[in-house]
Design a protein around this ligand. Structure first.
Ligand code: GUN
Ligand code: ZN
Length: 451
């Protein structure tokens, strides 16, 4: 190996990443026990066995040693609402009532810049504490809620995809825009933020229930003008929602057809949930390159249903994982993988650790069309990493002491792990969270009386 130059930083531990899709290739996972990943200029410059990388490190560069810990590409949370951080774990309703009872109240507070900024800081802290290095987030209807979260992510050099919610009907007046205003505000935000540093813009109609045909038309027009931007929405989450959308769009064949009619399917279109879909609808998502964000903690919490991950993958649909905070119940992609496993079990199927971690890393990057930049530990990739402690709790310590190889360690972590197992998070090569040094997470500086 050639000697590395420039300001290199190196981490030592067990390296784990994917070079292929474990849903179709049983040998898709790469494991390097006692490996080193070397980083410079925000990117990975070398990865491999310590015996090969150590001699290539510049004199004086000593790797940070993480012992038995696992070093992986940082997790991708492909669907989250940062503006719902305060309503996580609100009891007693399924989707449509839950939106009315909790969500719409909480989101109105984001008309205030200071509130948006405080929650944006809290949100980025939480992502890093949980090993999430890329997130795709809904904001509120107010442009200032988008400015706040992009500003915070930019200060931390994090990869973030975000957008202003479009909503012009079936919501409180304070939360609605119009087709024209939604288009204008989205365009201004997109032109300011899309492609700025590591930030990307998503045109974000909330769902077919809260956007008029004119608004969906305007969203499609904006996307056609900026096809390299994202389109982020919700789809077929709950049976009452599906029936309601049928009434709202009686001419459409089905829910997917509503979005397709307005030009809202294609590469970089990302829909949360996709639980209640016909074979025809799955076929259209696959044919158009549209991705689904599977959000199992949310689906279980709201009683929405059981997403058929294997059926979606068999159709050739890209699937990523989302926490869907605040209907989801944890910021942890480990816990999200654990619940994806349980949902698969309830469908009479299994989800291997390799399939789960792929879906949270390279699979998500492929769904987002970012797999040339994130999701792997190979030279040239952005150095966004998570370090997982296999003995983070007494239960994990006991369970992993005699683990049967790295895949068994990964499985134990996704069933028993959470933020306590995230020992460190690196963003573009810089240490952004150190569990043992940051023992006290920052509290949100928000007015306790707020909803
Ligand atoms: N469908 C439309 N809006 C929402 C939302 O905020 N959360 C969830 N889980 N589903 C939605
Ligand atoms: Zn959602």
């Amino acid at each position: 190996m050639k000697t590395l130059d420039s300001a290199v930083r190196a981490l030592r531990g067990t390296l784990v990443w994917f070079h292929d899709d474990p849903f179709v290739n049983d040998d898709a996972m790469r494991v390097v026990e006692d490996g080193i990943v070397a980083m410079a200029g925000g990117r990975i410059v070398a990865s491999g066995p310590a015996s090969e990388v150590l001699p290539a490190l510049p004199p004086g560069v000593r790797p940070v040693s993480y012992g038995r810990s696992l070093i992986l590409p940082g997790f991708v949370d492909a669907h989250i609402h940062y503006v719902q951080a305060q309503i996580v774990g609100s009891c007693g309703a399924q989707l449509l009532d839950w939106l009315d009872r909790y969500t719409f109240n909480a989101e109105q507070a984001f008309a205030e810049v200071l509130h948006s900024e405080a929650i944006a800081r809290f949100f980025c802290d939480e992502l890093l504490r949980h090993g999430t290095t890329t997130a795709v987030t809904f904001c509120a209807v107010y442009p200032q809620s988008v400015e706040a979260v992009f500003g915070e992510a930019e200060r931390r050099n994090m990869r973030l995809i975000a957008g202003k919610v479009l909503m012009d009907r079936n919501a409180p007046a304070a939360l609605t825009d119009t087709a024209q205003k939604g288009y204008d505000d989205s365009k201004t935000l997109l032109e300011k933020w899309h492609g700025r540093g590591r930030l990307l813009y998503a045109i974000t109609p909330r769902f077919a229930g809260s956007s008029s045909p004119e608004q969906l038309e305007a969203a499609g027009a904006l996307w056609r003008e900026h096809p390299d931007a994202y389109l982020h929405s919700h789809l077929a989450e709950n049976l009452a929602e599906v029936a309601w959308v049928r009434q709202l769009f009686p001419d459409a064949l089905d829910y997917v057809d509503v979005y397709e009619r307005y030009g809202l399917l294609g590469p970089r279109a990302l829909y949360a949930h996709g639980i209640h879909l016909s074979e025809r609808e799955l076929g259209r998502l696959a044919a158009t390159g549209t991705a689904i964000a599977h959000c199992p903690t949310s689906n279980l919490f709201l009683g929405s249903g059981l997403f058929r991950l294997h059926a979606a993958r068999k159709h050739g649909i890209h699937v990523a994982l989302g926490t869907d905070i605040g209907a989801g119940t944890s910021y942890s992609l480990l816990k999200t993988m654990g619940d994806a496993y349980k949902v698969a079990q309830l469908n009479g199927q299994t989800l291997t650790a390799a399939q789960a971690y792929y879906t949270a890393t390279l699979g998500a990057a492929r769904a987002l069309r970012l797999d040339d930049r994130i999701g792997a530990l190979e030279p040239g990739y952005e150095a966004d990493l998570v370090v997982l402690d296999v003995a983070a709790t007494p239960a994990l310590q006991l369970r992993t002491r005699n683990a049967d190889g790295v895949e068994d360690l990964l499985f134990a972590l996704m069933i028993l792990g959470d933020d306590r197992a995230v020992r460190a998070t690196y963003i573009a090569g810089e240490l952004a969270h150190d569990r043992d040094a940051d023992a006290q997470p920052r509290r949100p500086e928000v007015d306790a009386a707020r909803p």
